[in-house]
Write a protein that binds this ligand. Structure first.
Ligand SMILES: [Zn+2]
Length: 356
């Protein structure tokens, strides 16, 4: 499956629309960009807590699952992928503050391209104009901004070819016309199936926090050992062989040699961030591409591999190069992981202290 011409037009549109703000709003880096009044708003008593939101979502996924035959993990995976896109593109995919789902469907996709009424919520006239809007809640109306209707309508699209995993992948491809979207949704479904729960929040600092290591903000610093024109990441200096751990719940997406990064590993998380660990001296033996990991799980060891043919080591002091990239749909942007690293380190010190 290759990107279509429409997809490359989309890439161009995305590039134009997004500018070069590397650290997009939302998810993992939200704390640093949220405005004070927004923080106050999220603390008011009628806003559900994190656990309550997960509970609400799970109920909805179960309901859609019962209606469509898709397992809840697949429904959750579609919704979570869409949520990451809505967070990456808040202007073109506006969501109501109280929306439980992340799914976004444009007016014309919902009501049908030639439908004279873009706000149409009549299921039969929407069908007549080939809109994708369906009534998922059973109230006789197909409302674009109603959680159950929106999620059900997208699930129905994904199921057009059938319900087996292969049919489902083809259905996703036909709906999104984007291999990354399909890959992401299948990765997320695998994670939800593996842990058999929706709430997969948690983080860890990539090295054991008791160990001796040092790092500072090296974003954009051209003299570091990352192999990029600008340095896209943070270098954490530590002794050869110090444990490297996953910072998140995720799926191993890439593992192997890269001329610049040496032995490196890439892990995808549920916020659609790609965590990149480079210059390792070795990998945790049992780890394969497609495996699921959790925060704090050992994935390899600090080394100085890279800058040459496979196995090259020692061209620079041993360190972990850690980078984070946000998938924005068709392109991926690096952002500075330093604030995240500081936060994870602090959180871990705090929980270690509390355990004493
Ligand atoms: Zn580096």
């Amino acid at each position: 499956m290759r990107p279509t011409r429409a997809a490359s037009a989309l890439v161009a549109a995305l590039l134009a629309a997004c500018g070069f703000g590397a650290a997009g709003p939302g998810t993992a880096s939200a704390a640093s960009v949220v405005l004070p009044h927004a923080i106050a708003a999220t603390r008011s008593s009628d806003v559900p807590s994190g656990a309550e939101i997960y509970q609400k979502r799970k109920q909805l996924y179960d309901a859609i699952s019962a209606k469509t035959g898709l397992d809840w993990q697949m429904v959750a995976a579609i919704d979570q992928y869409e949520r990451t896109m809505s967070r990456a593109h808040p202007k073109s995919r506006p969501k109501k503050d109280d929306a439980v789902v992340g799914v976004y469907v444009s007016e014309s996709d919902w009501s049908g391209n030639l439908n004279p009424d873009p706000d149409d919520d009549n299921p039969s006239s929407i069908r007549f104009f080939y809109g994708i809007g369906r009534d998922g809640s059973g109230d006789g109306r197909a409302e674009r901004e109603q959680d159950e209707d929106a999620l059900y309508s997208v699930a129905v699209q994904a199921l057009k070819q059938g319900i087996s995993d292969d049919d489902f992948s083809i259905g996703l491809w036909e709906y999104y016309h984007n291999t990354r979207a399909v890959q992401r949704i299948l990765q997320y479904a695998k994670m939800y199936r593996h842990f058999d729960r929706l709430d997969l929040r948690g983080s860890a600092f990539p090295l054991p926090v008791g160990h001796s290591y040092s790092f500072r903000s090296t974003w954009g610093n051209g003299r570091s050992w990352g192999g990029y024109r600008i340095h896209e990441g943070t270098d954490i200096f530590a002794g050869h062989g110090v444990t490297v751990r996953s910072t998140c719940y995720g799926v191993v997406e890439i593992k192997g040699w890269n001329a610049f990064g040496g032995w490196r590993i890439g892990i995808r998380d549920l916020n659609n961030l790609y965590h990149y660990y480079a210059h390792l001296s070795g990998y945790e033996k049992s780890l394969k591409v497609g495996d699921i990991v959790k925060p704090g799980q050992t994935i390899g060891w600090v080394g100085s591999s890279g800058y040459g043919k496979p196995g090259t080591q020692g061209k620079f002091p041993p360190h972990l190069h850690y980078g984070v990239y946000r998938d924005r749909g068709l392109v991926e942007w690096a952002f500075d992981p330093y604030p995240l690293l500081k936060r994870w380190e602090r959180d871990e010190f705090k929980s270690l202290r509390n355990r004493k």
